[in-house]
Design a protein around this ligand. Sequence first.
Ligand SMILES: NC(=O)c1ccc[n+]([C@@H]2O[C@H](COP(=O)([O-])OP(=O)(O)OC[C@H]3O[C@@H](n4cnc5c(N)ncnc54)[C@H](O)[C@@H]3O)[C@@H](O)[C@H]2O)c1
Length: 246
Amino acid sequence: MDRLKGKVCVVTGGARGIGRGIAETFAREGALRVWALDMNDSEFAALEKAYPAIKGAVVNVTDGQAVQAFAEKAKAEHGRVDVLVNNAGITRDALIQKMGEDDWDAVINVNLKGVFLMTKHIAPLMMESGSGSIVSISSVVGLDGNIGQSNYAATKGGVVAMTKGWAKEFARKGAKVRANAVSPGYTRTPMIESVPDKVLDPIIAKTPLGRLAEIQDIANAVLFLSSEEAAFITGQVLRVDGGLVL
Ligand SMILES: NC(=O)c1ccc[n+]([C@@H]2O[C@H](COP(=O)([O-])OP(=O)(O)OC[C@H]3O[C@@H](n4cnc5c(N)ncnc54)[C@H](O)[C@@H]3O)[C@@H](O)[C@H]2O)c1
């Protein structure tokens, strides 16, 4: 299991949920270093102990200066970044008439501006070395919309649009920097702990494969797109939703 042997990887929101699963998967696949970026450092010690390749770093993805400083640190340590996973994301759901501007701004800031800032500061390192893979986590909601998620849907659709642009922008001048997105269906993580069964049960009933996604389902798709197995795949959105939307 060495599909990321020797690679330097960055995973935002890497302390818990899907991001943590991705960081752990990358470490098991032989990555040299997996930077787990998060605002919450309480899990870093346990992660670093279990997987010596993982290193936690407190970085708020909405803070341009902090992101730039992190990119400089990553470059100083290994001279390059091979894989960037834009995973950090939040929800602030409400029907549009009840959605405050603060709810709109908070979600746009983390899910859209955070992805922009991370890519703005890490992609140039990849362009310099001539290769790299950027995988951004969108959502079925970004492709199909959802009641009560105007802010979240806008960001997740925006991630898809940015990804397609980057696939073109980062393949110029002979560079082989790929950009793809993964679009998970509802996944068992702390983010959906507060979603009641009366909402989840009909989703499971509508899903051909008859269950919610597990974290590893998403991590496996991200691993594939991050690895050389996907060397000729760029600008794509891979749905991992059990066939929920067909
Ligand atoms: N869980 C789902 O059903 C589901 C479905 C589709 C897409 N997604 C997307 O997958 C990604 C991960 O979701 P999850 O369910 O694991 O969420 P989660 O809430 O369990 O974990 C998100 C992590 O991101 C971190 N984070 C939040 N804001 C941050 C910031 N400004 N800077 C740095 N880190 C920050 C949090 O501290 C947390 O550790 C998100 O982008 C989410 O939108 C989740």
